[in-house]
Unconditional design. Structure first.
Length: 556
């Protein structure tokens, strides 16, 4: 949908304009820090500008049609940022692919976007993922070991840097970001420079970000949140970005960064909580936190252990974080602000900033310049200059997702309080109908289960069943405990939840699955959302099974 210029400021700058500014004014200041073999390699603004110009010069020498799609398949690293800038300078369109993508997704995105060149970096299954790329693609390996491609990074950038400083049209397409595919084939979300940069530039005021900030970039850059609020926002704020060498070095790298702004996702916040409780049991922690003099020291020690004591803003997104988890972290001085957004609106919808304890459970208020309303059926609909242009090559789906008056249909159900704070009550597509013809929204029930620290993952389902059921995966700590203790805890949670539900929502049973849902087994999206449709299909026999117990253990 074309943007409404009357809603927007006209002074939005391109990332390239900002790069040129920092190149001139702060050439020797460190911008990116990349850990390699335990050593932290700094990239100054001058370094980044020079290498981006080399990428651009090489791409231009390939005589590609203007606006060609250039792919990036890699975990976060300095070269990801540099390549993105080089693609912009060369007049092309970036197409990120999730670093966890399987062969089918890689091939689909390459074909659908008609990608001409693919940059490949660090991956978890490098050999299999690289082999998924058809031989006719020109591939370039970032400078990390074990990546077999057409060209290596140093060879590719061994050329004279682009001499001029091109500035793109803000109405031109900057990137095509493919959705994580939680409901089927990924859709290519087309963002212009204006739509995505409007969100990135305005986030500085909303989140109070500036050149003094340090941010750890570790959530997927192929996902909209990291792309807008970390990468693109850093061009406008001018702060420092640190990367993670590997999953094993994550804690070390957080401590090296000492981030002032830290964004995570619910599953990782829960893992942080479990890690703390593994070292200090809840009962002992509760006792210490009740002692005024000790409370501050204990809280500070925990924050320092996580590497987050210097953070002034902690955030969570991608999926709902259980209010009980937010309250737990609040007690140790980590105030997690939830936010909400989609690929289609540049992840720029709402934010709970500044943090308010009385608004835990809400996704916050609309950002400035974002108009949010709810439809008659309760769907959240948004209108702002950061809304996407279209779904790539899918005009019918584009038309379906916008209302006649230009609002984006989000698919999320929600409600707004008197102060404008919004609470999500479920997904329209997730709502299912039981055999009794009654509709059930699973999200609020799932959120209640997640308040039990024994629960790592949960999915409430029950299409055409007499009553809904809950499938769940135990946390690592719970999996080590005896069966009787686990059942006792879950039964108590199950009964507490059922006591508050309407009769048609009451859960018939809880089924404990024997293995976790992951990206690798295709039950989670790259942004760690449950692929409900695949879960229901794969475990249909378990879901439809007949059981006598309220708590059921299955080997599936």
């Amino acid at each position: 949908m074309p943007r409404d210029m009357s809603q927007a400021n006209q002074d939005i700058q391109s990332p390239l304009s900002m790069l040129y500014k920092w190149e001139q004014s702060r050439p020797d200041d460190v911008y990116l820090t990349q850990p390699i073999d335990g050593e932290y390699r700094p990239f100054t603004w001058a370094d980044v500008g020079r290498q981006a110009r080399q990428v651009a010069a090489r791409l231009k020498s390939m005589d590609l049609e203007a606006g060609s799609r250039i792919g990036i398949l890699s975990k976060n690293c300095a070269e990801w940022f540099i390549t993105d800038l080089g693609i912009m300078m060369a007049g092309h369109v970036s197409v990120p692919i999730f670093a966890t993508a399987g062969a089918d997704t890689i091939q689909y995105v390459l074909q659908h976007a008609d990608v001409k060149v693919l940059f490949i970096g660090k991956l978890d299954n490098t050999k299999e993922q690289v082999e998924a790329v058809p031989d006719h693609y020109h591939t370039v390996a970032f400078p990390y070991p074990g990546i077999e491609t057409t060209q290596q990074w140093q060879q590719f950038i061994d050329c004279e840097p682009l001499a001029d400083s091109p500035v793109p049209s803000m109405d031109g397409t900057m990137t095509i970001i493919y959705t994580s595919g939680s409901t089927g084939k990924p859709k290519g979300v087309v963002h212009t420079y204006y739509s995505i940069c409007w969100a990135a530039q305005r986030s500085l005021n909303q989140l109070k970000v500036d050149a003094s900030d340090r941010v750890l970039s570790y959530l997927p850059l192929a996902h909209i949140t990291e792309r807008v609020l970390v990468e693109l926002a850093s061009f406008y704020g001018g702060g420092q970005i640190y990367f993670v060498e590997s999953l094993d070095t994550f804690q070390r790298d957080v401590k090296a960064c000492q981030p002032t702004l830290f964004i995570s996702v619910p599953r990782l916040w829960t893992k942080f909580q479990m890690g703390i409780l593994a070292k200090m049991p809840q009962k002992k922690l509760d006792t210490l936190l009740k002692i005024p003099i000790v409370r501050g020291l204990v809280s500070k020690k925990i924050r320092e252990g996580l590497g987050l004591n210097n953070a002034r803003l902690w955030a969570s997104g991608s999926a709902p974080l259980a209010p009980a988890v937010i309250e737990w972290f609040h007690r140790i001085g980590i105030n997690i602000s939830e936010g909400w957004g989609m690929t289609e609106n540049s992840a720029y919808g709402t934010a709970s900033v500044p943090f308010r304890e009385d608004k835990i459970g809400y996704i916050g208020k609309a950002y400035d310049g974002v108009d949010i309303r709810t439809s008659e059926e309760g769907e959240i609909q948004v209108k702002a200059p950061c809304n996407m242009k279209e779904y790539y090559l899918e005009p019918e789906k584009t038309q379906e997702v916008f209302t006649d008056d230009g609002y984006l249909r989000t698919g999320d159900k929600g409600e707004k309080d008197s102060e404008g704070y919004i609470k999500i009550t479920g997904r329209l597509k997730d709502i299912f109908k039981t055999a009794k013809g009654k509709y059930v929204a699973p999200a609020p029930i799932e959120a209640k289960f997640m308040e039990n620290p024994m629960v790592e993952q949960v999915c409430v389902t029950g299409n055409n069943l007499p009553q809904p059921i809950a499938l769940l995966v135990l946390s690592e700590d719970a999996a080590k405990q005896d069966k009787q203790s686990v059942e006792k805890s879950l039964l108590r949670t199950y009964e507490t939840i059922n006591a508050r539900l309407e009769s048609h929502q009451v859960l018939d049973r809880v089924i404990i699955m024997d293995s976790e849902w992951s990206i690798e087994n295709d039950l989670l999206t790259p942004t760690l959302k449950v692929k409900r449709h695949i879960l229901e299909e794969r475990f249909n026999d378990v879901i439809q099974g007949s059981y006598s117990d309220r708590i059921v253990w299955v080997n599936a």
